[in-house]
Design a protein around this ligand. Sequence first.
Ligand SMILES: [Zn+2]
Length: 73
Amino acid sequence: MNWDTYHITERLRDIKYYACPHCGAQAIVLTALETEQLPERDENGHCQYHCIAYHRYFSVDAYQSIFQEKGIK
Ligand SMILES: [Zn+2]
């Protein structure tokens, strides 16, 4: 594991979970399927999270504030 990979892994661990704004359960960051290393980004570059309990998606920006929320219709 090179240093860049180590850094990314540490970063991903830091941001892997986020409290769901709807129900307070842990939501899990979406990762790119090809690598399972880099978080999936929305069109604004924000990390996307999936609340498993209620199947809602929301995005969190680099300052860890919730930028937008969206549910499955
Ligand atoms: Zn939730």
